[in-house]
Design a protein around this ligand. Structure first.
Ligand code: PMP
Length: 365
């Protein structure tokens, strides 16, 4: 196989509860997992009911074009079906973009401390990663613009960003999109968009109308609570969408996932409950960090990056001590942040269990 495939470092996800229980001899029911930015409410009841109803038809193939799901997206976002690509999670959309636009040797621009899949998708197609140093743990858009060359094919922007939680104001993104040459496709990854407060909300669909080289990526894994079902979607003009749909696996979103996603998209109550729970949990965690004198990066997502020590082993050390107490968070040494941990915002009692364990292990250190 190609050298660039052999050189890929595998994706490191959050440890599963069952694995931690076995490894540390703990009772599964007492483990708190705040490691994968999942919705602590789980999946919406409306989606569960839709899945149960769809079970009867799972002997058939799913709708290869996802008509009902695209219709729900059309109604919610006001774009035609021809502008929508469905994905097996939004990771699928990110990978499809790399496959569609990047050949070996082409450059892909993304920020330091940005989502791990950008590197994976780039390397999988033999692209050359151009990693632009972060500014205040977020994207430095001027530097990213300056990094674009005639060989650049793709730019990944995450807003809010994972794992740092930073946010780019709409005016900055708009100015960036205006400045990017047409031979470059910009992927605007909005996995955490639904957590933005009213004052940060912006209309990225309007940019899709304006910029034929923009692909907006969304997921059902976070605020919609369907991470295990793997549903995401891309919105772009047909010039991009046609290509993505040609290389997409025909049945990349299964029928249960399609049914659940339609229900979740229409469940406004669940979405607002999720956002409210997240905003409250953010206050709970960050107030405690302040009381403990811990530095954190202000976050616009459903997670917070917190600094747990000044030495490079700190993140791994505190992570291990938390695991022994049944608390799973995410070490981010692989992101070049070995002094930090990323904690997903959970239910109030989960946040409290994490904070209690953190206080203990920090006192021991
Ligand atoms: N983009 C970002 C910025 C993310 O943090 C994640 C989830 N970790 C994804 C995309 C992918 O999520 P999914 O494949 O579940 O849609």
């Amino acid at each position: 196989g190609p050298d660039y495939v052999r050189a890929i470092a595998p994706y490191q996800g959050g440890k599963p509860i069952s694995e931690v229980a076995r490894e540390f001899g703990l009772d599964e029911s007492r483990i708190v997992k705040l490691a994968s930015n999942e919705n602590p409410l789980g999946m919406p009841e409306s989606a569960k009911q839709a899945m149960i109803a769809a079970m009867a038809e799972t002997g058939r193939y799913p709708d290869a074009n996802g008509f009902e799901l695209k219709q729900a997206i059309t109604e919610k976002y006001g774009v035609p079906q021809e502008w929508i690509t469905l994905g097996n999670g939004s990771n699928d959309i990110l990978e499809l973009a790399a496959h569609a636009f990047v050949q070996p040797g082409h450059e892909v621009v993304y920020a330091q401390y940005s989502f791990a899949v950008y590197a994976l998708a780039t390397q999988a197609v033999g692209g050359k990663a151009v990693v632009v140093p972060a500014k205040d743990y977020g994207h430095d858009l001027a530097a990213m613009r300056a990094a674009i060359t005639p060989d650049t094919r793709l730019v990944f922007l995450a807003n809010p960003n994972n794992p740092t939680g930073t946010f780019l104001p709409a005016a900055d993104i708009d100015a960036f999109l205006k400045s990017v040459p047409q031979h470059v496709v910009v992927v605007l990854d909005e996995a955490y968009n639904e957590y933005l407060a009213a004052e940060q909300q912006y209309d990225s669909i309007q940019w899709v109308r304006q910029y034929p080289n923009l692909l907006v990526s969304r997921t059902m894994s976070k605020a919609y609570g369907l991470a295990g079902l793997r549903v995401g979607f891309g919105i772009a003009q047909p010039g991009i969408t046609d290509l993505l749909n040609r290389i997409r696996q025909p049945f990349n979103v299964n029928s249960l996932a399609q049914a659940a996603a339609v229900a979740a998209l229409n469940d406004k109550e669940f979405l607002s409950r999720s956002a409210k729970l997240n905003a409250d949990g953010y206050q709970q965690l960050t107030r405690a960090f302040e009381a403990m004198g811990l530095e954190y990066v202000p976050s616009f997502g459903n997670f917070v990056l917190v600094k747990v020590g000044n030495e490079d082993g700190a993140g791994a050390r505190i992570n291990l001590a938390l695991l022994k107490r049944g608390i799973i968070v995410r070490p981010v040494g692989n992101y070049g942040l070995p002094q930090w941990l990323r904690v997903s915002i959970g239910l109030p009692e989960e946040n409290e269990a994490f904070l209690a364990a953190l206080r203990q292990v920090m006192a021991e250190a």
